[in-house]
Design a protein around this ligand. Sequence first.
Ligand code: GLN
Length: 270
Amino acid sequence: MKFKKVITLAMAAVLGAALLTGCGSSNDTQEAPAEGDTTAAVESTVPTVTEGKLIMATNAYFPPYEYYENNEIVGIDAEIAGAIADKLGLEVEIQDMEFDSIITAVATGKADIGLAGMTVTPERAKNINFSDTYATGIQSVIVTEDSDIQSIDDLAGKKIGVQLSTTGDIKASEQFGEENVEKFNKGNDAVMALSQGKIDAVIIDNQPALSYVASTAGLKILDTQYAEEEYAACISKDNDALLEAVNGALAELKEDGTIQSILDKYIVAE
Ligand code: GLN
């Protein structure tokens, strides 16, 4: 899939102003033409924020689900969005924002779909609808190679880094206390702080954990799994037609093996 990157400052301003959390986020927007552009025959009947487009909100620092490669956002979620959009006769436009802003962007009608390795939780489901799930995730613990932390219990009283508002943040804050949890906007900022000795551990999803450990010297992942989770797309509660269409597309893409082949292309073996 070939992406053309367009930075839309006006859109960033509009979105920034609308965010309930009020945290300033820079939004990169990139447009993806429908694959091959031979799909002109399919005219979409699915209602979206901008006619003909499927605007996807994500946080592109979550490899291999979403990350930058040559200034383009690529990864599992970008490909799944592309495959869904092809089925629905839409063109994907990706907006990069803080993870914390994705649900707000979708709930307030700034984006059509949030695809961000996002874990299904009942709390989040109060504000948006989740699609059927398309992948599973595990919360992993990253420590330095010489760390004395060997189990989840050893994390008590330690400084734990997480990505703000992720399930790693929510669970660690509950279990170990807010005062012991340092919240970063990006997962790689947490990993950087760990490798600089500023914190003792990072709790993050297993696939980005594997990717960060592979690219940062002196870190390892504990054998123990902190939590098992399911990933799904989030869609506005006001757009049942899109939810139905996305679930229909996902079912077909599971059935014909597309989802599995996208996962196989990116997933790193443990
Ligand atoms: N799966 C985690 C969550 O939903 C992290 C997702 C992310 O950081 N992109 O909270």
